[in-house]
Design a binder for this molecule. Structure first.
Ligand SMILES: [Zn+2]
Length: 67
């Protein structure tokens, strides 16, 4: 698995995906490409709350297909 892949195993991926589903209330999953921090926010303009980087990936929950 790539070192850039944010999840250590499928359990973490499952937890993350479940978190997206649970947070489906105007919340946006944010992933900092600089430090790798992940959090939920309510804006696509969010900057990293850990390192203040603006290189943040914003993923809204409705972009995920049901599986
Ligand atoms: Zn960061």
């Amino acid at each position: 698995m790539s070192e850039n892949f944010p999840f250590q195993n499928s359990d973490q991926l499952q937890q993350w995906h479940q978190g997206i589903l649970d947070a489906n209330r105007n919340n946006i999953f944010c992933h900092c490409r600089t430090c790798g921090y992940e959090w939920m926010d309510s804006t696509f303009d969010a900057t990293c709350i850990k390192c203040s980087s603006q290189d943040v990936e914003h993923i809204s929950s409705w972009q995920f297909p049901d599986d």
